[in-house]
Write a protein that binds this ligand. Structure first.
Ligand code: ATP
Ligand code: MG
Ligand code: MG
Ligand code: MG
Length: 481
């Protein structure tokens, strides 16, 4: 007989019908009460075992982590905090779990310990909640774009151009490694390797997505992205997922509208679907904050923060205005924000971004019109900018607790301007001949952005380290799983 999911049982009317549940034991109290979880919800269902009529041998095998199949009747629960429970009539142990050796004991584990057990941590309440939220966010991403007539494009994972991510790329060579063709100096001879040229894992699907936008109109990619980040921060992974829409005929302001509307949509969709998971994560945060000094505690709870984002417009500020604000701010006593003085032309550090968002504007910020020098070659040069103070139609969206969550721009659509810029930066025109074709044949204004999916999951779950919002994080010295 088909088993029923715990989330369905918990909301069902206790009509004394016989049900089957399958799941994993979280705790077993007094030889009588099983708290059973099957992953469908953060909540366990209480299953009451008739211990007098159950063999001792079976009772012993009901341990934390064991997999069981239970048959029983769904009844109203007399216990506090739960509406229904199952009076168990038949127990089958599907998979034993040695209580002594099982790493996921029913207690609070440190996040560090859980990272070392990335294959088991999803069995905890917190990680179950995070991964359910992540899954729904991912669905909402597709739903948002699909409902609006965007086409999903799978841009290549192995790419042949290295225009974008110099220094941050993982090189691809063909296996077996020993047979990789070598130059006399012993380096890989890419010309004779599998692809006949140097290739790397994608650092962004943007350039390819642009070529598709110039035919399909509105497209998006949502795929794995790789950067050999050597920095070991709590915001960077070597393998992450990026959402990159690209839209023909959109100017920078349209791009900002799209990004803001999109972020609000996916958050709203997820908040509505995951009340229990988010309430749990919110409580977890509140518990953690109790250990912090008052001044460091956040003013809003997780759900308040999420609702605040949904209800308020993101503040749109030019880079130049932001620099003025940073320059005129008194260095903050709070250590986090002590380096505020900035010169026009400098790239913002994440502490500057967080100062603007958390202390100055107190809401998400869209910073735009950045100095051309600190942004990528493909961004649209603003007209009428002073020599030496050229700006591009770039935008970054900055979020509290995170800093940059989105990087986007209107793209340089003028062939000659783009080529000039590439020349100045020493980017090989020939290597990007296919990209330049979009400007040669039927070019048009277009814009897009990249949103790091894990940074979004960080924000929605209230977690603080990006390693805790992806199933198997890849960071320097860490690819165990
Ligand atoms: P950062 O300044 O944080 O290093 P970036 O400016 O290098 O980010 P972009 O090239 O603009 O990043 O990429 C678009 C988005 O992808 C970023 O806004 C961010 O959300 C996300 N992102 C970039 N690098 C990483 C990474 N290593 N791990 C996770 N997300 C990332
Ligand atoms: Mg970076
Ligand atoms: Mg950046
Ligand atoms: Mg960026």
């Amino acid at each position: 007989k088909k088993h029923t999911k715990v989330n369905e049982l918990l909301t069902a009317t206790p009509i004394l019908t016989e049900v089957t549940v399958k799941g994993w034991v979280r705790t077993f109290r007094n030889n009588q009460f099983i708290a059973l979880n099957d992953g469908s919800t953060i909540n366990n269902i209480q299953c009451v075992v008739d211990f007098e009529n159950t063999p001792e041998e079976t009772l012993k095998r009901i341990t934390t982590g064991s997999a069981v199949s239970l048959i029983g009747t769904l009844t109203e629960s007399k216990g506090a905090g739960q509406r229904v429970e199952i009076q168990v009539s038949k127990i089958e142990i599907l998979g034993d779990s040695d209580a002594e050796k099982y790493p996921m004991q029913p207690k609070k584990h440190s996040l560090e310990f859980l990272r070392e057990n990335a294959h088991l941590r999803v069995r905890t309440n917190a990680f179950g909640a995070i991964m359910r939220v992540r899954s729904t966010l991912s669905f909402a991403v597709h739903q948002y774009f699909q409902e609006r007539g965007f086409y999903y494009v799978n841009t290549p994972i192995i790419t042949g151009s290295d225009a974008e991510g110099a220094g941050e790329m993982f090189k691809v060579t063909a296996l077996p490694f020993d047979n990789t063709p070598r130059t006399e100096e012993g380096n890989v001879n890419y010309k004779e390797d599998f692809f006949g040229k140097e290739t790397n894992l994608t650092v962004s699907g943007q350039l390819e997505a642009e070529t598709y936008a110039m035919a399909l109109g509105q497209v998006y990619t949502f795929g794995p992205t790789f950067r050999a980040e050597n920095s070991n921060t709590s915001r960077h992974l070597a393998e992450f997922w990026m959402i990159e829409p690209e839209v023909a005929f959109n100017e920078l302001a349209d791009n900002m509208d799209l990004a803001e509307d999109f972020i609000k949509y996916v958050i709203k969709y997820t908040v509505e679907k995951h009340e229990d998971d988010l309430k749990f994560l919110e409580q977890r945060l509140l518990d953690e904050e109790k250990n912090k000094p008052q001044a460091e505690r956040s003013e809003m709870s997780l759900l308040e923060k999420l609702n605040f984002v949904l209800e308020n417009n993101f503040k749109r500020v030019t880079y130049t205005e932001a620099i003025d604000i940073l320059r005129n701010s008194k260095p903050n006593k709070n250590k986090k924000f002590q380096y505020l003085i900035e010169e026009w032309g400098a790239d913002l550090q994440s502490e500057h971004e967080r100062f603007l968002v958390e202390k100055h504007f107190k809401c998400p910020v869209i910073l735009y019109d950045y100095p051309a020098k600190i942004k990528a070659f493909y961004m649209r040069l603003n007209d009428n900018t002073e020599p030496g103070k050229e700006t591009v139609r770039a935008m970054d969206i900055l979020f509290p607790g995170i800093g940059e969550i989105v990087g986007g721009s209107q793209r340089e659509e003028r062939h000659d301007v783009l080529v000039e810029k590439m020349k100045a930066l020493g980017i090989d025109e020939e290597e990007l001949w296919w990209y330049l074709d979009t400007r040669r044949f039927g070019t048009a204004v277009h814009s897009g952005f990249g949103l790091g999916f894990e940074r979004l999951v960080l924000f929605v779950t209230g977690m603080t380290n990006i390693r805790d919002v992806i199933p198997f994080p890849r960071t320097p010295q860490n690819a165990e799983f």
